[in-house]
Design a protein around this ligand. Structure first.
Ligand code: MC0
Length: 145
């Protein structure tokens, strides 16, 4: 079961500048930041609110760390903007299997490591009306519920 918008991923060329825009314009502070080498991104998570399932909703600001990363490729083609949406679930494996059985391409055979130790997978945007869609099980909070 999907229980929340876990995050909206926003691709940018300059992470520090984009973080400052969200701070100065809306007052959002960085909750967590990290580099995910496998995904080729440097990211900042801005927490918007806690959610009823024990998780939370974030904006995820993404800057590519290498030219061959998916986000660098996307930025070169589209410029800055919303890159993907992510739904939260306590059971990323189960939801991925269910979605796959409905004919949607799940991009990873097994979930990989995402922000803050989460387990993530992606659904192909061409099977989701042009929206790159991510499924996330948070490291701790979801599993407690
Ligand atoms: C590509 N396409 C997209 C898209 N990226 N459409 C909507 N939103 C996106 N973000 C479209 C292209 O425009 C193209 O359509 C078609 O998909 C094929 O794209 P491509 O540029 O030729 O690239 P591919 O096929 O090599 O790769 C696309 C694919 C890839 C979605 C498979 O980007 C991927 O594996 N993404 C999942 C991983 C990811 O994005 N990681 C970064 C965030 P046309 O019509 O032109 O053919 S990491 C993250 O978010 C982690 C850290 C976390 O949340 O914890």
């Amino acid at each position: 079961m999907l229980t929340r918008i876990d995050h909206i991923g926003i691709a940018c060329f300059d992470l520090d500048k984009t973080v400052e825009f969200y701070r100065a314009t809306y007052g959002f502070e960085v909750f967590h930041s990290e580099v995910n080498e496998e995904q080729g991104v440097r990211e900042a998570m801005l927490k918007i609110n806690d959610t009823g399932d024990g998780g939370a909703s974030y904006l995820q600001l993404l800057e590519p760390t290498r030219e061959d990363s998916t986000v660098a490729k996307w930025l070169a083609k589209n410029g800055e903007g919303v890159h993907h949406i992510a739904f939260g679930t306590a059971d990323v494996d189960g939801v991925a299997a269910d979605v796959r059985s409905k004919g949607v391409r799940v991009l990873y055979p097994e979930p990989r490591v995402g922000s803050m130790g989460s387990r993530i997978t992606f659904l192909h945007p061409k099977d989701c009306g042009g929206v790159l869609t991510e499924l996330v099980t948070a490291a701790k909070s979801d599993e407690e519920h």
